[in-house]
Write a protein that binds this ligand. Structure first.
Ligand code: NAP
Length: 416
């Protein structure tokens, strides 16, 4: 077991958490030698000699063989992680934004310098989802991975829908408890979830993509009337990241708020908890559940990565080497619920069919089938007064649609 001498970047919610946890886990043989922070004037719960604001002090220290990067600035984090890997230091990070936005570069750096880079805490906090996808689901062909992957939005949705708090009260509470990102717009816009989906796609299917190429919506446009609809129909609204293999082998991937039925495992994922449903060819559905944010849950994943480095664990990215790596596709349909104030806000001609329409004094609602490509290209739902929610079994494949219309046609011809 090699001794780990750690240079820690960041002493916020997670950084201070892991510092404390490491100090209480002497059996790990891992010592924090230096901590780099941004603001030298903040008071810290650790000796002042430990701290520096000069990142090079850690990066140029040959005794430090592990950099643990836990800062909230993705650009700076990329510099730190790249420099550390180039200097042959192992790296552990929780920075999903930085990882998702620089996947290609980070993969090349790992390959070139042959050092491990682990980031279990970047997706779903304490839930060991990356290592599971990487190791356990390597052989059994995966059909789908879908999950509630953002603790902060799930906390807000739970407080608003189940406990009657206002949206801003719930957001403040999430920030107070350390579940929200320092910039909460990343959470509520769905951007954080799409960053995590980008990482999940790599480890689940060996698919490399950019978060900018994935359709996402968050919870910031949901209307109180949508919550009422969910309640009336015994459904829950969750922000779900989906990656599903279609019958042609390609992957449908997106992040959208979705109506969840009681029989879906995600139905009971509440507060800051996360849950991921993994569907595979042989094992059918499996469910991983746990805390997705917060000081100690996130520290537990960072700790697990640090512990794994003692036996030189590294991601092997075996699925990347698979010749039949699936590509992402836009060739499928979604059945979505749309709520809006006025028809001028929605382009009804974008829909293949509108299956339901209701109008009340408060709001208009429709449920319709739309080509995914059309939804991607549409701008009408950028209007903050329009909300879209995926229906419970909202992915519709082209083949299924074709079969349904043929059946309808043959019934019509038979006079039924
Ligand atoms: N909080 C969670 O539940 C959670 C869960 C999963 C993943 N994460 C990820 O973990 C990382 C840290 O999150 P956090 O919640 O701990 O953030 P945080 O509480 O806002 O703390 C950020 C820390 O980064 C330091 N920092 C910022 N820029 C720096 C720079 N250029 N050089 C050195 N230090 C710098 C800050 O220094 P000062 O103290 O001097 O301001 C602060 O200590 C983020 O990538 C986040 O996405 C967080």
């Amino acid at each position: 077991m090699q001794k780990l001498t750690i240079g820690l970047f960041g002493f916020g919610v997670v950084g201070e958490g892991i510092f404390e946890v490491l100090n209480n886990t002497p059996s790990l043989n891992a010592v924090v030698k230096k901590v780099c922070i941004k603001d030298p004037h903040k008071s810290r719960n650790a000796p002042s000699t430990l701290f520096t604001t000069d990142r090079e002090e850690i990066l140029n220290d040959n005794e430090i063989n592990l950099v643990v990067e836990l800062i909230d600035d993705a650009e700076q984090a990329f510099y730190i992680v790249s420099a550390a890997l180039q200097k042959g230091k192992a790296v552990v990070s929780a920075n999903k934004k930085m990882i998702a936005e620089n996947l290609d570069a980070l993969l090349s750096l790992q390959k070139k310098h042959g050092v491990p880079f682990l980031y279990e805490a970047a997706v779903c906090g304490s839930i060991p989802v990356i290592r599971n996808l990487e190791e356990y689901y390597d052989n059994d062909m995966l059909k789908a991975v879908s999950g509630v992957v953002n603790g902060s939005t799930n906390f807000i949705l739970t407080k608003v829908n189940e406990e009657g708090l206002s949206y801003s009260e719930a957001l403040l509470e999430a920030q107070r408890l350390g579940f929200a990102e320092s910039d909460p717009s990343l959470d509520v816009s769905g951007r954080d979830a799409v960053n995590k989906l980008t990482i999940l796609l790599l480890h689940a299917f060996g698919t490399i993509t950019s978060p900018d190429d994935i359709l996402y919506r968050g919870i910031d446009t949901l209307h109180t009337a949508d919550c009422k609809v969910a309640k009336e129909k015994d459904l829950r609204i969750k922000l779900v990241a989906t990656a599903a293999r279609l019958t042609d082998g390609r992957i449908a991937a997106f992040v959208l708020p979705q109506f969840i039925k009681e029989d879906n495992q995600l139905f009971r994922v509440s507060n800051e908890f996360n849950g991921v449903v993994v569907e595979s060819r042989l094992a059918d559905q499996q469910f991983i559940y746990g805390k997705g944010a917060g000081r100690y849950p996130t520290s537990s994943a960072v700790l697990s990565d640090i512990a794994a480095l003692r036996y030189d664990y590294r991601y092997e990215y075996r699925k990347l080497k698979n010749a039949s790596r699936p590509l992402l596709t836009n060739e499928f349909y979604l059945r979505i619920h749309v709520s809006f104030d006025d028809w001028s806000q929605v382009n009804k001609w974008d829909f293949e069919s509108i299956d339901e329409f209701h109008s009340t004094a408060e709001r208009n609602y429709l449920v319709g089938l739309i080509q995914f490509e059309k939804l991607r290209n549409a701008s009408w739902y950028d209007d903050k007064n329009v909300s879209i929610i995926l229906t419970a079994d909202g992915i519709v494949e082209k083949q299924v649609l074709l079969k349904q219309s043929l059946k309808k046609l043959s019934l019509q011809l038979a006079g039924v």
